[in-house]
Design a protein around this ligand. Structure first.
Ligand code: HPA
Length: 235
């Protein structure tokens, strides 16, 4: 038991997929996993442990933003001996070079967040994915013939803002898209010597205001879920 996750020790697999939304974690457990056990529901942040093609995996919720995923990933890494966390989420594209439904494997996450500095004394505003999961995801995508791009992304604290200009930290670090969690996940993994990757589906194109609809979301996210689970098999 940790503060924000009520699973018993041993009830969380070595590899965890983290979605922002608890109901997306439930969807993955319901549709892709066998032998599923709901191991935590503190704050309705559901965590399910099961198997995918025989391989143990936990899927759970990170909540939104760097502070929230910072808490869950830290407790998973330190209280449950988790080796690898793969975040699966959505992002907004800053450029029309990315299209709706594109899948992105995150190389570096850049952020104005003070999380890494004040938590761990890491001064960089740009932190890379950690360990081998990124490469495993890339290789798995090639094998499964799933189109996958890799790029840097901006982990922002801000979803709504008055100024629609792309923020400086994003242009300075060649970030093609924005989400809100990868930076603190990567910072925790860097500090703790763990493995972390982030796989994103482009859900909106910021300059053109195109976005996938709520109805499209469930099916739109399926290639990402399959890719993440198939990559877990190889970790
Ligand atoms: N901003 C931040 N996070 C996001 C966005 C966005 O536009 N789209 C999907 N996640």
């Amino acid at each position: 038991m940790s503060i924000h996750i009520s699973a018993q020790k041993g009830e969380i697999a070595k590899t965890v997929l983290l979605a922002g939304d608890p109901l997306r974690a439930k969807y993955i457990a319901d549709n892709y996993l066998q032998d599923v056990l709901l191991v935590s529901q503190t704050r309705n942040a559901f965590y399910y442990t099961g198997t995918y093609k025989g391989k143990p995996v936990t899927v759970g919720a990170s909540g939104m933003g760097c502070p929230s995923i910072g808490i869950y990933s830290y407790e998973l890494f330190t209280e449950y001996e988790v080796d690898t966390i793969i975040r699966i989420g959505t992002c907004g594209a800053y450029t029309t070079k990315l299209k709706l439904f594109d899948l992105v494997n995150v190389d570096y996450a850049a952020s104005e967040s003070t999380f890494a500095k004040y938590a761990w004394g890491i001064k960089d505003s740009c932190i890379r994915h950690q360990g081998k999961a990124f490469k495993t995801i890339k290789k798995t995508a090639t094998e499964l013939n799933i189109a996958l791009k890799n790029c840097n992304i901006h982990s922002s604290d801000i979803f709504y803002r008055k100024d629609s200009k792309t923020p400086k930290v994003a242009t300075a670090n060649k970030c093609l898209a924005v989400e809100m969690e990868a930076f603190s996940l990567f910072a925790n993994a860097l500090h703790l010597g763990k493995t972390a990757a982030t796989l994103l589906t482009v859900s909106d194109i910021i300059p053109t205001h195109e976005r996938i609809t709520a109805d499209q979301r469930e099916t739109a996210l399926q290639p990402m879920m399959v890719l993440a689970l198939e990559a877990v098999m190889k970790l």
